[in-house]
Design a protein around this ligand. Structure first.
Ligand code: CMP
Length: 144
């Protein structure tokens, strides 16, 4: 199987990309970058700017939020098919949390420009992202 076919096969099984047809998946597969992170690597850092949107291909990522008083907590643990890094790209603001690979982790990364372009082209995908953001916001409110 070619690398492109492998990527399409994976993306096809990610719930976020369910609304996309074969042609759209192929366009997406051509835009994503393959990234490998060793256990312990920081993938995105709270407070820094955002360059990309991440889909976990394999491994495990902890989302760690640092409060104003310096205390930290793990707010989510993500694995195969989960996504993160959408927030800073949507409002061009700082990352809201630090995402750390807690085991060797592979991600597909969609650069900012491509992420915004795909959302404009695929409103159904934007809705799936909004639904997940609403769930995460609800869960965050529960711990306040
Ligand atoms: P972003 O702010 O770009 O970078 C950090 C990411 O962590 C963020 O996008 C979300 O994808 C994710 N994230 C932040 N806060 C939470 C939370 N409370 N629950 C789950 N995921 C979160």
């Amino acid at each position: 199987m070619t690398n492109l076919e492998e990527i399409i096969k994976f993306l096809n099984n990610v719930p976020l990309f369910k609304p996309l047809n074969r042609r759209q998946l192929e366009l997406l597969a051509k835009r994503v970058l393959d990234r490998d992170y060793p256990a312990g690597a920081t993938i995105v850092t709270q407070g820094k700017g955002g360059e990309g949107f991440f889909v976990v291909k394999s491994g495990k990522v902890e989302v760690v939020r640092e409060r104003a008083d310096g205390t930290k907590s793990v707010v989510n643990t993500l694995s195969d098919g989960d996504f993160f890094g959408e927030m800073a790209l949507l409002d061009d603001g700082p990352r809201t949390a630090t995402c750390i690979a807690v085991e060797p982790t592979k991600c597909y990364v969609l650069p900012r420009w491509d992420f915004v372009a795909v959302l404009r082209e695929e409103p159904d995908m934007a809705v799936v992202i909004l639904e997940e953001m609403a769930k995460r916001f609800r869960a965050a409110l529960d711990v306040l």
